[in-house]
Design a protein around this ligand. Structure first.
Ligand code: SAM
Length: 240
């Protein structure tokens, strides 16, 4: 990893009000190196150019921590984490969190298992599963204080994948793009049916002016047992 990467990351994050100390910036740099190396063997992510990686992967992931106050030791699941976003940068910055990185792709979870070990991240598990199946397992259902998810599906589908994993009084944070309003409108019925309530829509900006939003859904009651439906159904026939 180049010292240049570390300096650039610390500077760009600082411009967004995110302070990263050198030790953590180096760990984030080591993670980037692993992603790039594995990307030569398998397609993990299209974004590997240094500045883009810093802005759109690392800083974007850390916007969750800037905007959401997770208590010490929060149990967090990242649904459809892919190459580890936002889950791994969040875990590197907040090592007190207990994190589950979940993805349905075996090759991605093999990479994640390797990366978690290589980076020495404690209390970080990797699960190869579809969220629809994991949420039917009592070991995962309503066991998390928080779920997060980026770039997995539209909000009306995503709430069916994520809310069943969250405890009552916990939160689900969906990372969305420039204009989340149409998705929010479409998902209103699904959020209510699944035991949630949209608490907040938080706008933020990445360096370079890219506008994004966090949609914060609080879980106000248990998710009815019939949800989530079978794998694939939440996407094929979103609740309304
Ligand atoms: N969250 C990462 C990011 O923002 O870079 C990855 C996004 S990638 C476009 C979507 C990921 O979601 C893929 O790795 C895919 O395997 C995973 N995925 C899609 N549907 C899923 C489901 N029902 N359960 C678990 N993972 C799922």
């Amino acid at each position: 990893m180049s010292g240049n990467f570390v300096d650039r990351l610390m500077r760009l994050a600082g411009e967004c009000g995110i302070e990263i100390d050198r030790e953590k910036a180096e760990l984030l740099g080591n993670f980037k190196d692993e992603v790039v190396e594995w990307n030569n063997k398998m397609n993990l992510t299209a974004l590997v150019e240094e500045e883009q990686f810093i802005k759109k992967h690392i800083i974007d992931s850390l916007m969750i921590l800037k905007n959401i106050d997770f208590h010490q030791g929060t149990k967090l699941v990242d649904v459809g984490t892919g190459a580890g976003f936002p889950g791994i940068p969040v875990k590197i910055m907040r090592q007190d969190l207990e994190v589950l990185l979940m993805d349905s792709s075996r090759k991605k979870t093999e990479f994640l298992k390797y990366a978690v070990k290589k980076l020495g991240l404690k209390r970080t598990d990797v699960l190869c599963a579809r969220a629809e199946e994991a949420a039917r397992n009592i070991g995962y259902r309503e066991k998390y204080d928080a779920a997060v998810s980026r770039a997995v599906s539209a909000l009306n589908t995503l709430v069916e994948l994520c809310l069943p994993l969250v405890k009552v009084e916990g939160v689900f944070v969906a990372m969305k793009g420039e204009d989340p309003e149409p998705e929010i409108e479409e998902a209103g019925g699904a959020v209510a049916v699944l035991g949630g309530r949209i608490r907040d829509v938080i706008p933020y900006e990445l360096p370079g002016g890219l506008r994004r939003h966090l949609i914060v859904v609080e879980k106000i009651q248990e998710t009815p047992e019939k949800f989530p439906r079978r794998p694939g159904i939440p996407e094929k026939r979103p609740l309304f």
